[in-house]
Structure formats: structure tokens, C-alpha cells
Design a protein. Structure first.
Lengths: 272, 224
């Protein structure tokens, strides 16, 4: 019997979409000692789109996000964001001061574990305001208003603004993280398993908030989730990662309904 | 120039775990003009749905071309960049699938209104157009504000149809849109299709009962 070959149809470069990508990542690689966590990842994100990353545990998804958030150094690769003042720069080559400035102004992140993104004992409003303070805002009234605007956008109940995340439910903690992430209207939003670990009904609410935000603010978003239902609902396109590398990328419905790579076929059928 | 020119398009599914290739359709060629309706015929499993999905790029065709005249120049749907296809789906090409994917806590009315919101319309406008569609398809108003996951098959299909057809499109792919509909809804859909055709929208459809759209069909294509 002839062995079917992995499908390798090549697509043309964009023609109708004439904007330049907001984000361009080339040859991203990272190892931890002898463990290769990420190898040769390329990625473009066009303005306003939501792209998903799926793949088995340990495939390097969170590591990619941490490097895009400039919180961890890459071993190799170039990273460009088309934002004012940084357009021509390889962001990995910036000094720490400018990396921090860029991260605060232009990148928002939501982690699966709220304690990674929040100070659990500070008030929820304070957690969001902290972002604004880091960006140089000092006026109390402005801080308070900006924080409550961002919290309202992530549909956080106004009467809980003085409660610390430690006493909130998981779904509310994610809303605080989200508010903090979008408070400064970043160009790029990174979501690492934002609904994992929440009850199904709470998950649906958070998902709704994310959809509405996407519609209203058109923030370019990269979302990691092992939940293919979440990916189907939110992502326009998907990358499939395995052993630190991208094995396939495509439109979300194409990846889920007509996967080409043997690994993607296994991943999709295992989850259906 | 035609709106769409399909040349020698083919699709096979390679199932790696089984070491098998499942053929869907081979060597499909046809042309479609603006404002015309092409009916696709063929027995079960002939590849009719797969053909529509290849044009929408839910499936990746593995041979041939589908040259489509966008409002902004021609493009081959079979090999265009994913972001270009995503753009066309937001602006020009619609796909009416057989089944609705309800989302928890999104009402029937808002599911239908969503494509207009994405296209930048106000919530009030979008809901008004959604109500118009649901009303004309005969979905009872009492359930517009309810969550569709528990609705009947026919009710879900009405929502699905309205959602897929509410935003203005130049090309609509219809996969058995009347299958679960009652006679009144079929008649309403027929009149909507006729209006869209008159407005220049091209359609490719699979209809279990082509008599539902008798008089509106311009061309037929048989998938072997
Ligand atoms: N500090 C570290 N030292 C050694 N190995 C590490 C370290 N941090 C991460 N790794 C390894 O890098 C690889 C990629 O991890 P990463 O967290 O990016 O995976 P992931 O795709 O996000 O997985 P999951 O779905 O489980 O969250 C894993 O094999 C992990 O064990
Ligand atoms: N995602 C898929 N993966 C694998 N095989 C598929 C997939 N979709 C369709 N097929 C196969 O492709 C062939 C054509 O199916 P398709 O659904 O296109 O037929 P159809 O003409 O629409 O049939 P029907 O009249 O029953 O709706 C069938 O053998 C089907 O099993
Ligand atoms: Mg992870
Ligand atoms: Mg079919």
C-alpha cells in the first residue's frame, strides 16, 4: 500500500490584506540546559486578528508567550512590533529599560494562574492602577477612573473593586488580569489558557467578555488553549506546536475540520 | 469576467493514522456569474458539501484553482493566504452550514446579529436586522431572547440561516439550507434568495429538495 505523504500545499503571500503585520517573529528558539523548549518558530499577526496556539503539554506554548512578553530572553530569533517608536527594532535586542517600557505600554498578558499576573493581597482596583502608575500616571482621580473603566470593560462588578483578588472567584480573578492587561490599550494581548480551570458556565462568561472586547477594541491577540472549543470560538487562525516547533498553521476551521499533519489529526480526533 | 471560475478542483482526505486516502471529489470545473444560482447535484457522499467547504477553505483543496473576482482584484481561493480568506469571509463570502453552533449565554437574536456587529454596525441596527430575518423565517418571537442550545432542529436552522445570510455578501454557499425547515420558512427563504439574486449575489447551493427553489436555478452541476 502506498504511504500517504504529509500534505504540503503552499499558500500564496497575502494580497487583499495590505496592512503590514503588527507582529513578526522569525526563528524564535529557546533551550533550558539540554531541553529544547522552542525551535525555529515563525509567526505573523495582522492587525486585529486573533491567533490560537494549540499543542500537547510541554510543546513550548507558554514559553513562546513569555518571550513575546519580553519577560524571558530568547536564545535566537528576531521580534518586531509595528508600534510607534519601535518599528525598526528587534525587540529581543533592546536594553531592559526599553523592553520594560514597551511591555507596559504595548503588551497585555493574562496567565492561567492569576497569582502570576496579580498581587493577590492588593485591591483589584489597585492591581489595575499599578499598570497605569508604572506608565507614569500619578493623579489619584485619573488612576481610579481609568482602573474602573478597564474593570468595567472586562465586566468586573463595580462593587468588588476594593476586594483583593485573593478573596475573589477564579472567573473574577481572570477579569482583573484582563482589566490590567487592557488598561493601557496595548497593541498586543497575550492569553495563556485564560479559561482553563474555571467552571464551564464561568468559562462561557469569560469567553463572551473576550469576544466582546475583540469586537470593540480589535486588539491583536495570541491565545494559548488546550480547549479546542475555546480556540474555535475565539481564533481566526491557529498554529499547532509539537516539541517546540510549529507543525501546521491554518484557518481555525481548516485546522479543526481538515487537519493535514499527522500530529494535528491525532490532536483533533483525540479531543472531539 | 465571471465572478468565480473553478478549474479542475479536487479534494482527497489523507488519514495518516489509517494510512488511507478518502476521495471527496475530482476534476470539478464550472463558472458562475454574479446574480446567478448554481445547483449542485449528486448522490450522498459524492462530495457536494466538501466542494462548498473547499471554496470557503474550511477544507484545503489539493488540486486545481478557484479564481474569484473580489471587489479588489482576482484571487485563487484554493491557494490564497489564510488572512486573505479570513478577510473575504468577513466581507464577501458566506457559508450556510447545516448545523448551528450555539454558544452558551448568547441569545438567538444576538447570534444572528453578531456578523453585523463584526462588520461595524451598531447594536440597535444589528438587532433590528436580526429581528427582521427571524420574523420573516417565522421563528416565534417568544424565544428570540432565549439560548438556542435547547431549540428544535428547525428553529436552530432558522437561526443558522439568518446568521449566515444577514450580512451583505457577493457569494453565498448554501449547504442544504432548507432541510429542517417548515413550508412557510421554505417559502420565506425562497423569496429572500430571489431578492438577493436580483441584487447581484451569486449562490452555489446543495438542496435536498430543489423544487424549493424552482425557477431560481440558473445552472446545474453534477458531482459524480
Ligand atoms: N526553567 C525550566 N527549566 C527546564 N525546563 C523548562 C523550564 N521551563 C520550561 N521548561 C521546559 O520547556 C518545555 C516547554 O514548556 P512550556 O511551558 O512552554 O509548554 P506548554 O506548551 O505551555 O505546556 P502546557 O500545555 O503544559 O502549559 C517543557 O518541556 C518544559 O519542561
Ligand atoms: N472532514 C472530513 N474528513 C474525512 N473525510 C471526509 C471529511 N468530510 C467529508 N469526508 C468524506 O468525503 C466524502 C464526501 O463527503 P461530502 O460530505 O462532501 O458528501 P455530500 O455529497 O455532501 O454527501 P451528502 O449528500 O450525504 O451530504 C465522503 O466519503 C466523506 O466521508
Ligand atoms: Mg503552558
Ligand atoms: Mg452534504
Amino acid at each position: 500500500m502506498p504511504q500517504p505523504q504529509p500534505h504540503q500545499r503552499r499558500l500564496l503571500p497575502p494580497r487583499l490584506v495590505r496592512q503590514a503585520p503588527l507582529l513578526e517573529l522569525r526563528g524564535l528558539s529557546k533551550r533550558y540546559g539540554r531541553i529544547v523548549a522552542v525551535q525555529g518558530v515563525n509567526l505573523e499577526l495582522y492587525p486585529g486578528e486573533t491567533v490560537g496556539i494549540v499543542g500537547e503539554s510541554g510543546s513550548g506554548k507558554s514559553t513562546v508567550l513569555r518571550m513575546l512578553n519580553l519577560e524571558e530572553a530568547a536564545d535566537a530569533g528576531t521580534y518586531h512590533l509595528a508600534v510607534p517608536g519601535f518599528t525598526e527594532q528587534n525587540l529581543f535586542a533592546l536594553d531592559r529599560f526599553h523592553q520594560r517600557q514597551l511591555r507596559i505600554q504595548q503588551i497585555g498578558i493574562v496567565y492561567q494562574q492569576p497569582h502570576m499576573g496579580l498581587r493577590m493581597q492588593a485591591t483589584s482596583g489597585g492591581n489595575v492602577a499599578e499598570r497605569l502608575i508604572m506608565a507614569g500616571e500619578r493623579r489619584f482621580a485619573t488612576l481610579r477612573r481609568a482602573a474602573s473603566d478597564a474593570l468595567a470593560s472586562s465586566e468586573f462588578p463595580a462593587d468588588r473593586i476594593d476586594d483583593p483578588p485573593a478573596v475573589l472567584s477564579g472567573g473574577m480573578q481572570q477579569r482583573v488580569q484582563l482589566a490590567k492587561a487592557i488598561a493601557l490599550r496595548p497593541a498586543l494581548l497575550l492569553l495563556d489558557e485564560p479559561t482553563t480551570g474555571l467552571d464551564v458556565s464561568i468559562q462561557a462568561l469569560v469567553l463572551d467578555t473576550l469576544l466582546r472586547l475583540r469586537r470593540e477594541r480589535q486588539i491583536t491577540t495570541l491565545i494559548v488553549s488546550h480547549d479546542l472549543g475555546v480556540i474555535r470560538t475565539l481564533a481566526d487562525r491557529v498554529l499547532v506546536m509539537r516539541h517546540g516547533a510549529v507543525v501546521e498553521c491554518g484557518l481555525t476551521d481548516q485546522i479543526l475540520d481538515d487537519p493535514q499533519h499527522p500530529y494535528t489529526q491525532q490532536l483533533v480526533s483525540a479531543r472531539l | 469576467m465571471p465572478l468565480l471560475q473553478v478549474e479542475d478542483l479536487s479534494k482527497n482526505f489523507v488519514i495518516h493514522a489509517l494510512g488511507r486516502t478518502i476521495p471527496a471529489f475530482q476534476g470539478v470545473s464550472f463558472t458562475l456569474e454574479a446574480g446567478s444560482l448554481l445547483l449542485i447535484r449528486g448522490p450522498n457522499g459524492a462530495g457536494k458539501s466538501s466542494l462548498l467547504r473547499c471554496l470557503y477553505r474550511t477544507y484545503l483543496p489539493d488540486g486545481g484553482r478557484a479564481i474569484y473576482a473580489t471587489a479588489d482584484g482576482t484571487i485563487d481561493l484554493a491557494s490564497a493566504a489564510d488572512v486573505d480568506i479570513a478577510l473575504l469571509r468577513r466581507t464577501e463570502i458566506g457559508h450556510v452550514t447545516q448545523f448551528l453552533r450555539p454558544r452558551p449565554r448568547v441569545t438567538a437574536l444576538d447570534l444572528v446579529a453578531e456578523p453585523l456587529l463584526v462588520a461595524g454596525h451598531s447594536l440597535a441596527e444589528a438587532r433590528e436586522a436580526a429581528a427582521d430575518w427571524l420574523g420573516s423565517l417565522g421563528l416565534k418571537a417568544a424565544i428570540w431572547q432565549a439560548y438556542p442550545s435547547t431549540f428544535s432542529g428547525g428553529e436552530q436552522q432558522k437561526i443558522n440561516l439568518a446568521r449566515a445570510m444577514i450580512a451583505p455578501r457577493r457569494l453565498l454557499l448554501l449547504d442544504e439550507p432548507t432541510a429542517a425547515l417548515d413550508p412557510d420558512a421554505r417559502a420565506a427563504l425562497r423569496s429572500r434568495i430571489s431578492t438577493l439574486k436580483a441584487a447581484g449575489v451569486a449562490m452555489i447551493g446543495v438542496f435536498h429538495h430543489p423544487e424549493d427553489i424552482a425557477g431560481l436555478i440558473d445552472v446545474e452541476f453534477h458531482v459524480a
